[in-house]
Ligand binder design. Structure first.
Ligand code: AVJ
Length: 349
């Protein structure tokens, strides 16, 4: 009898399913056109992340001012055995929405005791097929007992494509902060919809804190965040045959007190125009006008709890760093969604 180790070649342990629809391309185009023709021009934040943008984001994570990643990594290092206790005995899928680099998932996988990895499948979900495949291959070689199912999908649109079995879903890094209020609610409801009673959802949220700390995190002294912000235009220029003049824009990141969020904008320093050939769209900006490129919502526990409740999720635990700057919230599905129950006469209570 050969051992499993010898039998299973890395390639046997990796499957990739692509759920990106033909339709998504058209949908993306409509989304960009809609955003750029609003009175306050907007671009979806996902367009930061071409190869160069993803590289810039990794550099942001190491910036002294950008406390988010460091705080979250500290929590993960301390709490990974507890988090991964989910897989003791039963096994299941570790689903990571927006997988990106392997840094965080490795901390979780390293906390699995004994031969636990054999009963666990890692399911990264990402929109970028190249990044997903490259990261998955690295993990295959690092963890010789691990099976991986890569899911290429836009999780803001299609969450129903993730496997139906027992699972711990992770959505780290406070990417949830990129959603507007309604987008956030719709996303959380979709997560709740794909969860069964025993499943868990681990959500990274950046907490509300002083405006000075928040603004510094998005206005770093080395200008990496500015380059990251600007890259959204570079990406559109390349991928949609557009001709934005990058030198006509500057980076802006401000904490908007009443919304409890940081907003990133690209501000036109003079009158400027661009043509997006592939979308047959022309846009022009007055001096001082901005394109809103990112929402970075910051959360009080109350705001987060309210969102969870509306989505039919319940926080079981708040894992935080010593300063309380960042939280990993462990959630389960509520037995009855309070809002739904009230409007549907408590059916299924
Ligand atoms: C990846 C969305 C969590 O909002 O802090 C970093 C992206 N933007 N610097 C964030 C980002 C500017 C980041 N998220």
């Amino acid at each position: 009898m050969q051992t499993r180790k010898k039998l299973s070649q890395p390639t046997d342990r990796l499957q990739i399913h692509n759920f990106l629809l033909e339709d998504d391309r058209g949908e993306n185009g409509r989304e960009i056109t809609a955003g750029l023709t609003k009175p306050q021009k907007r671009l979806p934040s996902k367009y930061f992340y071409d190869a160069y943008g993803s590289w810039l984001f990794e550099r942001i994570c190491d910036l002294p001012e950008y406390y988010l990643t460091r705080s979250e990594l500290a929590i993960l290092r301390k709490k990974s055995p507890e988090i991964m206790g989910f897989f003791n005995g039963d096994g299941g899928d570790l689903v990571e929405l927006g997988s990106g680099s392997n840094r965080k998932i490795k901390i979780l996988l390293d906390a699995v005791a004994g031969d636990g990895l054999r009963r666990l499948r890692y399911v990264p979900v990402d929109i970028s097929d190249n990044a997903l495949e490259e990261a998955s291959r690295e993990l295959l070689y690092a963890y010789e007992d691990l099976d991986i199912l890569g899911v290429i999908a836009d999780f803001t649109r299609h969450l129903e494509v993730i496997p139906a079995g027992r699972k711990l879903i992770t959505f780290l890094g406070s990417t949830i902060g990129n959603f507007s209020g309604p987008e956030r609610l719709s996303f959380l409801r979709q997560v709740a919809a794909v969860m069964k009673p025993g499943d868990r959802f681990l959500l990274g949220v950046d907490m509300l804190k002083s405006p000075e700390l928040l603004e510094a995190a998005y206005n770093d002294s080395q200008g990496v965040t500015a380059a990251f912000n600007m890259n959204i235009l570079r990406n559109l220029n390349r991928s949609l045959n557009a001709d934005f003049h990058l030198e006509d824009f500057e980076h802006r990141a401000v904490f908007v007190e009443e919304k409890e969020r940081v907003e990133m904008h690209l501000k036109a320093t003079r009158a400027t125009a661009a043509r997006l050939a592939d979308l047959d769209l022309e846009v022009s900006l007055r001096p001082g006008e901005t394109i809103h490129t990112e929402i970075c919502q910051k959360f009080s526990r109350d705001r987060a709890r309210w969102d969870f409740q509306k989505a039919g999720l319940v926080a079981l635990e708040w894992l935080t760093d010593p300063q309380g700057w960042f939280s990993l919230v462990l959630l389960k599905k509520a037995r009855v969604a309070v809002v739904g129950a009230a409007s549907r006469g408590m059916e299924g209570a």
